[in-house]
Design a binder for this molecule. Structure first.
Ligand SMILES: N[C@@H](CCC(=O)N[C@@H](CS)C(=O)NCC(=O)O)C(=O)O
Length: 216
């Protein structure tokens, strides 16, 4: 099946999907919204958010739905453990990022705060860092109480939780959030970034990343 990923270099929800495609060794075409424009993209995905995956003639939105499709279609290597409780725990970690952190801080929310709510740059930054800290406090606690050791969120190979964590850490760094209180999060992030599947999904390694701009 031909797969086309609509994304953008800085699209952190898309980075989850790019990493999963790399981990699973699935070929795909990368199409940047900066090449086709937002109006054309909204024709493809009326939700108007990135990413979306074209699967043959059909288009699926929402990174979590796309990841579930990939997991069902390309089961190796698995992104979730076999044990249902272990799998639920991994999903809970990932969904804390996807549902409780990322949506509060994405571009359109920050834009709305600035333009419709008259929030100053400092107030928006305060908002951003507040939700990062609240989320990372919980994630760090979850990592601390893991039943097993390993370099990654849940064990000795990367999975669903790691796909969500790395772009979220990257966003937090972009907004100078304090990561000192999160040694376990930083350790997992470093372990992931050593892997080619994670590295080639980074913004700076996408074809639409502006030439000459430093990474990060
Ligand atoms: N829940 C969605 C989130 C998608 C999302 O918020 N994407 C951001 C980029 S990371 C976006 O398209 N933002 C456009 C905007 O904020 O205007 C998913 O997981 O796919």
């Amino acid at each position: 099946m031909d797969l086309t990923l609509y994304s953008y270099h800085r699209n952190s929800a898309g980075q989850r999907v790019r990493t999963a495609l790399n981990l699973k060794g699935v070929d795909y075409t990368y199409l940047s919204v900066s090449d086709i424009g937002w109006d054309a993209y909204r024709e493809v995905n009326p939700q108007g958010l990135l990413p979306a995956l074209r699967i043959g003639q059909r288009v699926v939105a929402q990174s979590t739905a796309i990841l579930e499709y990939l997991e069902a279609t390309y089961p190796e290597p698995p992104l979730l453990p076999d044990d249902p409780v272990d799998a639920a725990e991994v999903r809970a970690f990932a969904q804390l990022i996807a549902c409780e952190m990322h949506p509060l801080n994405n571009n359109r929310v920050r834009r709305f705060l600035e333009t419709d709510m008259d929030a100053s740059e400092a107030a928006v930054l305060h908002w951003y860092r507040h939700w990062i800290a609240l989320g990372f406090d919980s994630l760090e606690t979850m990592l601390r109480s893991r039943p097993r050791d390993g370099d990654f969120c849940f064990g000795d190979r990367p999975g669903m939780a790691d796909l969500y964590l790395v772009p979220q850490v990257q966003n937090a760094r972009r907004f100078d959030c304090d990561l000192v209180p999160y040694p376990l999060i930083r350790a997992v992030d470093e372990a992931c970034r050593r892997l080619p599947a994670f590295r080639s999904a980074l913004p700076e390694n996408q074809p639409d990343y502006p030439k000459g701009r430093p990474a990060g």
